[in-house]
Design a protein around this ligand. Structure first.
Ligand code: ZN
Length: 471
């Protein structure tokens, strides 16, 4: 019996949860749905211990606070069951920590904890300490985060109010820069609006957007939620409603950097400036609110959650070293040799390290949300992986991963990235390019591979989603 099986025995955990499935959605109003919002301030204290800012390089110590780091929660209640959806202004959180938060919330049918992936908040993963060999996390802060998350979710549940729901979608390629070839962007901003029953008065507005919050760049020394905080602020100002931004498919490299943003006088605003960050946030808020002028009513019940735990091989030598050095604090498992049997996979030894993650599908009536535990390349969702690999790519015979998202037939669908875990980049094996020469005439290895568990990650993630969808 391996460690994984032992854990399942110990916790009585089963691989797949299926919460009442009613595939027949109706067009009647959501009279039975309730929604509640809350936010908790999770800004670390500056000046006591060093606070390392996550994203970009090492040893970026925070010297102040630009705007608060929030944990924002939305709770839905349907058919007597509560479901939490969290977005934290953080770089990411490992599954081990999300599980600790869930332990305190057993009365919830599901807790989905995601991070916006802000590159201007505190290090919560360990990768951005003083040196590559030292963790940048503060254990006390990580513990406090768990408490704040739990109380914020509980507060949101106290605010539960019956609601009607609307949805709008708009394409915003101009607000997204893809920093690598091939250029493939997921540029649809999806907005959900929760209204007081039988009114158009907003209780809360929820955005699904696919961009790294990193406008303040690598030189910034003040803690910030980046553009996300400004987006929320603008929406709250214009609607007096709560707002939450969920970050989606940000792999490849979906960024606000290099996006051309002008001020009201038509002058270009620079990357790394507060002016650009604020303006970007406002533009996103305005685009969302404008799209809502043509919003359609949507039924968000029944709520169905399907989850699957997935074992992923840890091939990345940097990640393995980081774990050995204690930079990464997450449980590591032994590889399951049975998993070598799928066609086209790299073969791994019995003691090969593996990480355990979770994929889930949340269906809210007519809206499907794929909860992805990392940063997925948009081409894997949009059916845009090139049929033939570039001739310099490392795996010329690689198969294309299952196109689960395209196969998923829903009136509306989107994804939340960094959901319940952060495993790094999830990219097509056909594009994997670690060994020189490099595709697209590049002199250096592409960025994504350095921050990915390995070339077969996408295969296992896609298969798990496909399995959930065929249940
Ligand atoms: Zn990233």
């Amino acid at each position: 019996m391996n460690k994984l099986q032992l854990l399942f025995l110990a916790t009585g955990f089963s691989f797949i949860f299926i919460i009442p499935v009613n595939s027949q959605t109706t067009k009647t109003p959501d009279t039975k749905l309730e929604v509640g919002f809350s936010k908790g301030d999770a800004t670390p204290k500056i000046g006591i211990k060093p606070v390392y800012i996550a994203g970009f390089g090492h040893n970026r110590k925070a010297e102040g606070i630009s705007d608060p780091i929030y944990i924002r929660a939305m709770v839905l209640k349907a058919e007597g069951k509560k479901y939490a959806f969290v977005s934290a202004d953080l770089i990411g959180l490992f599954k081990d920590q999300v599980d600790e938060i869930r332990k305190e919330l057993k009365d919830f049918e599901n807790v989905m904890f995601s991070c916006t992936h802000s590159h201007e908040g505190p290090d919560t993963l360990g990768l951005w300490g003083q040196t590559p060999f030292q963790s940048g996390t503060d254990p006390d802060y990580l513990l406090s985060l768990q408490k704040i998350a739990v109380s914020t979710i509980r507060d949101a549940a106290k605010n539960l109010t019956p609601c009607d729901t609307e949805i709008a979608a708009v394409s915003l390629p101009e607000l997204l820069h893809d920093g690598r070839p091939p250029i493939v962007k997921m540029d649809e901003l999806l907005t959900l609006k929760f209204n007081k029953v039988n009114t158009k008065t907003a209780l809360g507005i929820v955005l699904f957007w696919h961009c790294h919050p990193e406008t303040l760049g690598s030189g910034n020394k003040k803690l910030s939620s980046d553009f996300v905080g400004y987006t929320v602020k603008e929406i709250m100002k214009q609607t007096q409603a709560e707002a939450i931004v969920f970050t989606g498919a940000v792999g490849g490299l979906m960024t606000s950097l290099k996006v051309s943003i002008k001020n009201e006088k038509g002058e270009n605003l620079n990357d790394g400036s507060y002016e650009k960050t604020e303006r970007y946030g406002q533009l996103l808020a305005n685009a969302s609110l404008n799209s809502l002028k043509k919003a359609k009513g949507i039924n968000l019940t029944p709520v169905v959650v399907r989850k699957k735990e997935v074992l992923l091989p840890v091939d990345n030598p940097i990640y393995r070293l980081a774990k050995q050095l204690g930079v990464f604090k997450r449980e590591i498992f032994d590889w399951d040799l049975e998993l070598n049997k799928s066609a086209g996979l790299n073969q791994r030894e019995e003691k090969h390290p593996a990480a355990k993650t979770e994929v889930s599908i949340v269906t809210l009536g007519e809206l499907g949300i794929g909860c992805i535990p990392g940063e997925i390349y948009p081409e894997l969702l949009l059916g845009k992986v090139a049929k033939t690999p570039e001739k310099e790519a490392d795996y010329q015979d690689a198969a294309t991963e299952i196109d689960w998202f395209q196969k998923w037939k829903m009136p509306y669908k989107t994804v939340i990235g960094l959901a319940n875990d952060e495993i790094g980049y999830i990219l097509p094996k056909k594009q994997w390019d670690e060994k020189p020469p490099f595709a697209y005439g590049s002199k250096t290895a592409p960025y994504g591979e350095i921050n990915s568990l390995g070339p077969d990650t996408a295969f296992f993630i896609a298969n798990a989603f496909n399995e959930l969808l065929s249940k």
